[in-house]
Ligand binder design. Structure first.
Ligand code: AQP
Length: 348
């Protein structure tokens, strides 16, 4: 039998003979590119929070990724701290997780360069996120945007983690990370743990409310595209009311009815009810009744996060302290991996 006890900063897993068992480790990151939406929350953050007791957790505000799209410097600084505050409000606990800011660890871009030199143009050119983002930003198709997956691979590989919990849109990047890690280990010697993506089926791809064929995204411009975690109850209800559905009236899980399917998936996750009982609940009722029920559950689920965020927001020193402690705990790991990669490849 395995059990947990709490000792100091982290709980440690021990077996019945009292031997310490090391936990598997996870790393994940999120960009401070705008307000956090329900897709980020259901596809990523909520899972990070729920899995905190199972793993050694490292979470990062990836501000260096954010500059692949032009940012206002002062706003970026503010959004970076704000996002850290939001993650803590969502339940990322400094007792269980290390939280830090990417640009404060110089080993990320340093390792990314080594990886850049070991990723083929052909592989990098296949990344669909680059294609999507360059279509959305035709005037700023910069090299950083193209190289984004190498920096992401460095973020992950520096910490020798087992899993990377992400939404489905990041799967291709994790595959590239695995490929470059395996190639490097084979060609130069064992250096990186090869991580696996951790993608939970529910919430892995939340779609835009105004366009259920494109994923909900921070940078989309539609007024009713996304529900943000800080939206007021009125705004949430109004966005849901205007969400795109179809002319059918039956409330059933049917993937071919993308708008309704997306809304039902959100309801399923937040209400914690199963599909059968949801379909029974709304049998014979129309979109109006379902949308009201959905609004209610979204508003209730986001309420504690919004309240906690507002409390934390007035205590910037506390957030800074969490980030500094996170930084101190992750930096030695990053340094050790980077130095090994540097040595193996002949740079020292
Ligand atoms: N719509 C989504 N459904 C489920 N998961 C999602 N994620 C993002 N959108 C959805 C997951 O959220 C985590 C953090 O994402 P990110 O901020 O690093 O970058 P992103 O995937 O590019 O997110 P956005 O919201 O679309 O931002 P912008 O518009 O700036 O590009 C990731 O785990 C991601 O999978």
């Amino acid at each position: 039998m395995k059990f947990y006890f709490s000792s100091g900063k982290r709980s440690k897993k021990i077996n019945k003979k009292g031997r310490k068992l090391s936990k598997k480790a996870v790393f994940s990151g999120i960009q401070p590119t705008g307000n956090i939406h329900l897709g980020n929350y259901l596809g990523a953050i909520r899972n990070w929070v729920n899995m905190q007791d199972l793993y050694e957790n490292i979470f990062c505000v990836v501000n260096s990724h954010a500059i692949t799209i032009r940012q206002n410097p002062a706003e970026l600084r503010e959004k970076t701290l704000d996002l850290a505050c939001m993650l803590v409000a969502c339940g990322i606990s400094p007792e269980k997780s290390s939280l830090f800011i990417q640009s404060e660890v110089d080993f990320h871009p340093a390792l990314a360069w080594i990886l850049d030199c070991n990723i083929f143009m052909g592989d990098m050119s296949r990344m669909t996120q680059f294609k999507d983002k360059s279509q959305k930003n035709p005037k700023n198709i910069n090299v950083g945007l193209f190289n984004y997956p190498a920096l992401m691979a460095a973020d992950i590989l520096l910490y020798q983690v087992d899993f990377v919990p992400v939404g489905e849109d990041q799967k291709q990047h994790i595959e590239l990370t695995r490929d470059v890690a395996m190639r490097f280990n084979r060609d130069f010697g064992e250096c990186f743990k090869v991580p696996e993506p951790l993608i939970l089926e529910s919430g892995a791809r939340i779609m835009g409310l105004d366009d259920p064929n494109s994923k909900m995204s921070k940078s989309a411009t539609g007024k009713n595209h996304a529900i943000f975690l800080l939206d007021s109850p009125d705004i949430i209800a109004s966005k849901i009311k205007k969400a795109t559905t179809d002319s059918n009236s039956e409330i059933v899980f049917d993937k071919s009815r993308a708008g309704l399917y997306n809304l039902l998936s959100i309801y399923e996750i937040l209400s914690k009810k199963d599909r059968g009982s949801i379909e029974a609940e709304f049998n014979g009722k129309g979109y109006g009744v379902f949308k009201n029920a959905l609004s209610e559950v979204v508003i209730e689920s986001l309420k504690p996060i919004r309240e906690s965020y507002l409390r934390l927001k007035s205590n910037e020193d506390y957030i800074r302290k969490i980030l500094n402690e996170g930084l101190e705990s992750v930096k030695p790991k990053a340094e050790a991996t980077y130095n090994r990669a540097k040595e193996l490849i002949g740079l020292v």
